[in-house]
Design a protein around this ligand. Structure first.
Ligand SMILES: CC(=O)N[C@H]1[C@@H](OP(=O)(O)O)O[C@H](CO)[C@@H](O)[C@@H]1O
Ligand SMILES: [Mg+2]
Length: 541
């Protein structure tokens, strides 16, 4: 049971805020996320939610006997006025506790905290440790203050890392929790992060050179200043940083960034890149990355998360073969229903690797990736990384090379395990991975694009009265309700060459997303429109 003193401290701290009436919060695909504006209707929406997440982090850390828990304040690719908060190590049942705390009336929140202490069986005398950070949104410092209040009220030891990318915070959490163990991940500081990336990049690049320069659009978010910091440690790569304005509060994700490029399927209007120039875009908290270029006919060409996954899987597969350890490593790829059908075909038929399809949201992909020795997971939108099992790390480390070529492959694999942020998808680490692979293969983005041809696809957002009636199954590829809709979608898609379509309720926006792909642009568009109409009709019934 929480002590009276702690409960009093929680209540006093909580009552500084106002809980918006009639609003029900839900921990979604990426934590809690919404408008954060202080001036509008939404005024204090996020304060109570962040406060609740602070209490939750405290409970979780105590439950894990003082393990470090990370809390990130960000709304990623959402507009500048939004904000959000997420825990670094999310677990399904804890999302329900988060939702419970977030919806508790503020004068009762200490009681709910206490109920959870009993329900989860938390030893309240255990220490609790939390690290937190935020992206560059204007509302971030206010919300960091709220988090501070919740942590202080529950006697948590905490470190405020101020501005960080989401993956940097994940990195720090993993470093802190592995310090002094055989799995020590690195120095738990921002500088430690840069040095780990830069050193391993140098090792992976032994004997090869990056061709030409890379232009990186930083979405005017926290990735900009952090990339500039990373560049101080990096050698052998010419990066041109664009869209790194973190002073103008409205610039974030506006007409730039990975989400803009992926959804609009075009370069940021401000782009000055010439034909065949290699370009990349990060999102607002730098955990997403997409590549693109303009071909010789000035046609925009996108290299999205599916492309990064196929590139990484093929490279790691080659290295494993060259190192003579392919039979000892189970390499696999994890995708969601949004992966382009051509990428799935390519992985199965050309790379001959197994695929797992999961629900949307990196937490699902990450979890599935751990089932492989080397799990390559990416969402089509550019969210992803590669995980290495304990067995994989051991095999890579302990295999005795029989030839210089084998030794080189083993060393490259070893360096890759350091270059890749295994804690979470990380745009900066993924970017160095892509650059290294292209250099090794001697490929320009054109050769990379040439590995397979994407099916034209369309993603549509449909607003409905109540999106919760859209219940999906089979890794969100099918709908069990509203009744009859799945049958309609299937009969529509069967009319198109290579037609595939599905609909699911978004976990981050109040809408249903419809995805469609088909053999031609017009068929994909047509299928998307028809399915969107069917969804809209079912949603207004
Ligand atoms: C189709 C799509 O891109 N969905 C995104 C989006 O989730 P939704 O649940 O679809 O709103 O935001 C998530 C968090 O950033 C991201 O993980 C996911 O891939
Ligand atoms: Mg993001």
């Amino acid at each position: 049971m929480a002590s009276q003193a702690v409960k009093k401290a929680i209540t006093e701290a909580a009552l500084q805020y106002t809980k918006p009436e009639g609003k029900v919060f839900e921990y979604g695909t990426a934590g809690f996320r919404m408008k954060a504006s202080l001036t509008e209707l939404y005024s204090d929406l996020l304060n109570t939610v962040v406060f609740a997440v602070g209490l939750l982090a405290s409970l979780r850390s105590k439950k894990l006997s003082g393990q470090w828990i990370g809390v990130m304040i960000t709304a990623s690719h959402n507009p500048a006025e939004d904000n959000g908060v997420k825990l670094v190590d999310p677990m399904a049942e804890w999302e329900a506790y988060a939702t419970k705390l977030a919806n508790a009336p503020l004068d009762k929140i200490a009681d709910v905290y206490d109920e959870l202490v009993k329900e989860i069986d938390v030893k309240v005398t255990n220490p609790a440790r939390v690290v937190f950070a935020r992206d560059t949104r204007a509302s971030g410092s206010r919300l960091a203050g709220v988090l501070n209040a919740a942590l202080t009220a529950t006697d948590v030891e905490f470190v405020d890392f101020k501005f960080m990318t989401t993956p940097q915070l994940h990195y720090v959490v993993r470093c802190k929790n592995t310090l002094g163990t055989q799995y020590e991940y690195g120095e738990p500081t921002e500088l430690g992060y840069y040095e780990k990336l830069a050193n391993s990049f140098k090792k992976v690049m032994r004997g090869v050179k990056v061709q030409g320069s890379l232009t990186v659009d930083c979405a005017n978010g926290v990735g900009g200043p952090k990339l500039r910091e990373l560049m101080k440690s990096l050698t052998g790569i010419d990066i041109k940083v664009v869209n790194d304005d973190v002073i103008n509060p409205d610039a974030l994700n506006f007409d730039c960034g990975a989400d803009y490029v992926k959804t609009k399927q075009r370069a940021p209007p401000s782009s000055k890149a010439g034909a065949l120039d290699r370009c990349a875009s990060l999102d607002g908290d730098a955990d997403r990355l997409v590549y693109y270029f303009q071909d010789e006919s000035n046609v925009f060409r996108l290299l999205d998360g599916d492309r990064i996954a196929t590139l990484a899987a093929s490279f790691i597969g080659d290295l494993a073969r060259n190192a003579g350890i392919a039979s000892k490593l189970k390499i696999g790829v994890v995708q969601t229903a949004y992966a382009n059908g051509s990428s799935t075909d390519y992985i199965e038929k050309v790379l001959k690797l197994p695929i797992i399809c999961t629900n949307t949201g990196v937490k699902h992909l990450h979890h599935a990736a751990l089932r492989f020795d080397v799990g390559v997971y990416f969402e089509a939108n550019g969210h992803g990384t590669v995980t290495f099992s304990e067995n994989a790390l051991k095999v890579i480390k302990n295999t005795e090379p029989q030839s210089p070529a084998q030794q080189h492959a083993l060393e490259s694999l070893q360096a890759l395990t350091d270059l890749i942020n295994q804690a979470v998808g990380d745009a900066l680490s993924d970017m160095l991975l892509v650059e290294a692979i292209l250099a090794h293969k001697g490929w320009s983005p054109k050769e990379w694009l040439g590995t397979y041809t994407d099916l034209p696809s369309r993603l549509v957002r449909v607003e409905v009265n109540d999106r919760s009636i859209f219940k999906a199954y089979d890794a969100e590829r099918k709908l069990e309700s509203p009744a009859g809709l799945q049958g309609t979608i299937e009969s529509l898609q069967s009319r198109y060459n290579k037609g595939r379509s599905f609909a699911r309720a978004s976990g981050t926006e109040d809408a249903v997303r419809v995805y469609a792909e088909a053999a031609s642009r017009s068929e994909a568009d047509d299928l998307a429109t028809r399915v969107a109409n069917a969804v809209s009709e079912a949603g207004s019934a």
